[in-house]
Structure formats: C-alpha cells, structure tokens
Design a protein. Structure first.
Length: 154
C-alpha cells in the first residue's frame, strides 16, 4: 500500500466517523432536545395544546436550521460546526427550556422532581450536542501523522 493510498484510506475513515458525529449532533440530539422541551412545556402547561405547540416552535426551527445549514456547509468548514451546535442548543434552552422550567416550578409544589430532572437532562443533551460537534470537527482536522511538521516538507 502506497503512502497516498494509506492517507486516502485514513481520510475516508475519518470522513465516515465525522459523518456519524454530524448525524448525532444535528439529528439525534436535537430530536431528543425537542422531546425533553416538549415534556417540560407539558408539565408547565395547563393542558391546552396550542401554547405548547407555539412555545416549541423555536426548538424545532433551531433543529431544522442546524440540519439544513450542515447539509450545505458541512464539507466546507468543520470549524463552524461547534459554534453552530452551540447556537442551536442555546436557542433551544433559552427560548423554551428555561422559561418552561420557570413556569413549571412556579405552578407545582414538587419543583425538584419532574421539571428539574427534565431541565437537567435538557442541559446534558445540550452539552452532548456541543461535544459531538467538537468530535466531528476533530475527526477531520487532526493531522494524519502527529509528528508531521511543516519544516520536513519545505
């Protein structure tokens, strides 16, 4: 196997690994975040469906925008994956999870059980989303040979 073939095989494996991480942070984790935010909003709500649907719109929009942006920009700039994931989960948390948690804890006497657990899980999913975006970026941007430096090529 020549050096070019070995490098091509390594890059192909890295691309495959980064695509798995991209799928996790742009599809799986935002869907889980949507589910958690839905559960928080339902516990905060008074049973009517329309306020729940309207309050979940930012979560769904952030998840869809992240996925569409990655579909068009993913091969072009892996360094933007982390900020994009951070922005998407920030929108999801600040516009839905935090206000719904505040409403849920003000309406129920057992504020430290259901809503608190869901709120903690939504933060854990947000962190996992950013970590997965970081790992996707690192899968592509780490040098093939760690000991390689520019002076050996010049």
């Amino acid at each position: 196997m020549s050096l070019d073939e070995a490098a091509e095989a390594a890059l192909r494996e890295r691309w495959s690994r980064s695509q798995r991480h991209i799928t996790v942070f742009s599809v799986v984790l935002p869907a889980l975040q949507l589910l958690l935010c839905t559960m928080i909003v339902v516990t905060a709500g008074d049973g009517s469906i329309w306020p729940t649907v309207i309050s979940l719109a930012p979560v769904a929009i952030a998840a869809v925008v992240l996925r569409l942006w990655l579909r068009h920009q993913a091969p072009l700039d892996p360094q933007l994956w982390r900020p994009a994931a951070f922005l998407a989960v920030g929108v999801q948390l600040l516009f839905v999870a935090v206000p719904a948690y505040d409403i849920a804890t003000s309406r129920t006497s057992d504020a430290l059980t259901g809503p608190a657990i869901l709120f903690f899980l939504s933060w854990a999913v947000a962190v996992a989303t950013c970590v997965s975006a970081h790992r996707a970026s690192r899968a592509l941007l780490t040098p093939l040979w760690p000991s390689w430096d520019r002076q050996t090529c010049v």
